[in-house]
Design a protein around this ligand. Structure first.
Ligand SMILES: Cc1cc2nc3c(=O)[nH]c(=O)nc-3n(C[C@H](O)[C@H](O)[C@H](O)COP(=O)(O)OP(=O)(O)OC[C@H]3O[C@@H](n4cnc5c(N)ncnc54)[C@H](O)[C@@H]3O)c2cc1C
Length: 419
């Protein structure tokens, strides 16, 4: 760990109040809970807010709400708050960004442009050219351009360096400036069907050692030869898609970092992805609601007579949640002290993913057979834990599996030899 500390100042507390007041005033009505919709079983409802989908929604009210929310955030530079004001951000320090994101999750408002703002934004600040920053960061920061992350392939998930999508360089000619011809397939790309642009890893040198022949490219999703097909998950929702590239022409100017050095750019992007604050805040809220419910007269009727085991379990979840929160704070403080998120981000991701699944099980245990109810109306706590259990299946996979996070912690964090 970085050893950095962070005590919240009076100015930080003032900033927290400012964020809360902003959310109260600007949160669009269509995002406020609708009591009429309590029994909805639409698969998309289960995922909660999905801003990229809402922005393209056939429902005009939803679409207008998504755009209004993005505009309100963008006015303050709060879609990509860490970016400099010159690119549409707010130039916030990592700690202020932490407070902002914490309060947003607490208020249960949708994240706007999460992948573009949290992954690609900092990556372009570190590895992009001035032209790339100028071309792409303002669109991210105002919510105009939505991005998706095309790393995983059918045989290259945990073993990402096995990726096979190829890019062959061709000189400038009648077709346009010097470019790569990209052919191959990506899979499980979150929100790709709503994306305007993709950031993708491709193989540019098939003869080099696996990690050394990979390049990081920015690809316009509307380019000729790109096809995107949504994939259904086990609940019938379509949170991700597969992407096929059929001889897609990508200008060399859309490469981030040097040719064949994309692995290192991608590892930095993944570090930014894993260092989030959202999970512990969400878990804390759910745990508080669970405790409140169990203490109520209704809760006392639902819960089994001997609650000793359950009490211990809830206390353990609370300690785990606080530990994860502390790691997230430490990561923000380390970042402020100049550290790029590294293995600490894997610690955060691992704690969050496993806590997600344990908390879902604790909720199920508290309500016994009632936890099986899927319909929100009759189920305790509007079936929050039933839905969380479905969400939790993907938690130990997305953003890299927990086995892979452990390997990062073992090798990069503890310096253990690779097996
Ligand atoms: C909801 C969701 C959203 C996603 N969004 C995106 C996205 O936006 N962009 C993107 O690029 N990808 C995305 N992914 C893909 C995700 O990154 C991969 O699913 C993940 O990296 C695992 O790869 P895999 O599915 O190929 O499984 P595999 O790599 O085949 O793994 C299968 C099992 O084997 C284990 N295993 C594999 N290798 C090792 C090893 N060396 N040591 C120990 N155990 C090992 C794994 O931990 C796992 O348990 C998403 C996935 C999900 C579920």
């Amino acid at each position: 760990m970085t050893g950095a500390h962070w005590e919240e100042t009076a100015q930080d507390a003032e900033f927290r109040r400012e964020v809360r007041a902003f959310v109260r005033e600007s949160f669009p009505a269509c995002y406020r809970p609708d009591p009429e919709a309590e029994n909805s079983l639409e698969p998309e409802d289960v995922w909660g807010y999905d801003w990229p989908a809402d922005r393209c929604s056939p429902d005009p009210e939803r679409r207008a709400g998504a755009l209004a929310w993005a505009a309100a955030l963008a006015e303050r530079g709060w879609i990509a708050p860490h970016l400099p004001a010159a690119y549409g951000g707010a130039g916030l320090s990592p700690m202020r960004e932490f407070i902002l994101r914490e309060e947003m999750v607490r208020a249960e408002v949708p994240t706007v442009n999460g992948i573009g703002a949290m992954l690609l934004g900092p990556t372009l600040m570190e590895f992009g050219t001035q032209e790339q920053r100028r071309a792409h960061l303002p669109g991210i920061a105002c919510g105009r351009t939505v991005w998706a992350q095309g790393f995983s392939e059918p045989d290259a998930g945990s073993d990402l360096a096995a990726l096979r999508t190829t890019a062959v360089r061709e000189p400038a000619g009648p077709a346009g400036p010097e470019a790569y011809r990209v052919t191959g397939q990506k899979v499980w790309t979150s929100s790709a069907q709503y994306a305007d642009w993709l950031f993708v890893l491709v193989r540019t040198d098939p003869d080099a050692p696996r990690h050394k022949g990979i390049t990081f490219l920015l690809i316009d999703a509307t380019s000729d030869g790109v096809s995107i097909r949504p994939i259904e998950d086990m609940r019938g929702a379509t949170p991700f898609a597969e992407i096929h590239f059929d001889d897609v022409r990508v200008p060399v100017a859309h490469r981030v970092g040097a040719e064949n050095q994309g692995w290192y750019v991608a590892m930095a992007a993944l570090g930014f992805e894993r260092a989030g604050i959202g999970a512990p805040v969400k878990f804390e809220q759910l745990l508080k609601r669970l405790v409140g419910r169990l203490r109520s007269a209704e809760g006392q009727e639902l819960v089994r007579a001997d609650t000793t085991v359950l009490r211990h379990e809830i206390a353990r979840r609370y300690v785990e949640m606080r530990a994860q929160y502390a790691v997230a704070r430490l990561t923000a403080a380390g970042h402020a002290a100049g550290a790029v998120p590294g293995y600490e981000a894997s610690v955060s991701q691992l704690l969050g993913a496993e806590l997600h699944q344990r908390l879902a099980r604790t909720g199920a245990r508290a309500f016994g057979p009632y936890a099986q109810l899927w319909q929100r109306g009759p189920a305790p706590m509007a079936a929050a834990f039933a839905h969380m259990r479905f969400d939790a299946v993907a938690a130990t996979l997305l953003g890299g599996t927990t086995e892979i996070q452990r390997r990062v912690i073992a090798t990069r964090g503890l310096g253990l030899p690779r097996s």
